[in-house]
Design a protein around this ligand. Sequence first.
Ligand code: HEC
Length: 353
Amino acid sequence: MAAAPEAKGPPLDGHRLFTENCAACHGESGRGDRKLSDLGFVKFGVKMPDFGDCSFANREADGDWASTIHRGGRARAFPRAMPAWDKALNDDEIEAIIGYLRTKCEKSGWPRGEFNLPLAMFTEKAFPEDELLNINKLNTKGPYAFTSTTIFEKRFGATGQLELNLPISSVAGSPHTQTGIGDIGVAWKQNLLADVDQGTIFSALGEVVLPTGSAAKGLGSGSWAFETHGLFAQIMGDYFLQGDVFGAFPTGKGLANEAHGNFAFGRTFAEDEGWGRSWSPQVELLTTQAFAPGEKLQWDIVPQLQVSLSSRQHVLASFGGRFPLNDRGGNRQPQFVFYLIWDWYDAGLFEAW
Ligand code: HEC
């Protein structure tokens, strides 16, 4: 005989729990209709969050809100007036309140913050973002080569994102090292699918690369190029897989078209029982096939570790190494790679530490 189902109480009422515990400050509607100046305990001018604003609410993951609710405003450098609830409410009650807050943004189509996975070094993310990134690559063997690329990303609407890439390179040359701007890229990312229950996101990206770097000095390719990317991620419990499959089509004479498949697998560990600083180890596998006679499939592996630096987790750093697995030498040298990201929508660069 099948066991009797476990006795369960009535489902938790997130709306009621919110009204009882949170509405005094967040307002009955949770739409930020109470100003802190009315509440009288924090400096004038701070605005309460509007949980019905899709552009704000959807870019947050449940885990971000849960951290603030469990540990209080301090945990994510919000005002201390936001109390810590982990003594007063249990995990299920907090989850029920978050579930209720999620009903406030009724428009669909905004990919959820859960998909804002740790950025890998070479695998472009599927999630559209507002961020500033500086990524650096230094050869640790062979001829000296260093590239520092600054990438500005800005969202448009629920699903679009513009991206500008500005590389500055320094390479060994004869008779001396050459330094200057590389090939500037302009890209548009379009999110096409984001299903938070399945943990699946998919986006397309098109990029135009301008011949701004000097080919003679070894800083650029000397011709226009186009790239088309398919970007995806799959969340599997604590683990995630990200993928970036793309074609690169240079227009210059004698330059071969290339197909690339970059994949990143990793997970995130957070301090303070999951509510604090996050550490995300990942390993990337990079594959490249150039379409020219005699070119073989090239493989690289990139172990790396990302860590959040600020309390708001809007400033993050990552470092790792790129190791060619075959076809070594020439321009395929091991590299030290590191980056800094600032999610500028979340807070100023020097705020919320
Ligand atoms: C005593 C007043 C007060 C109470 C009660 C309160 N909060 Fe807050 N809450 C705040 C303040 C102040 C902030 C910070 C606002 C800011 O600076 O963005 C905040 C921020 C938050 C945030 C972070 C929003 C963001 O920008 O990411 C969440 C989530 C939140 N509160 C949820 C809750 C929940 C859920 C409850 C009830 C269990 C609750 N709060 C009760 C005052 C309060």
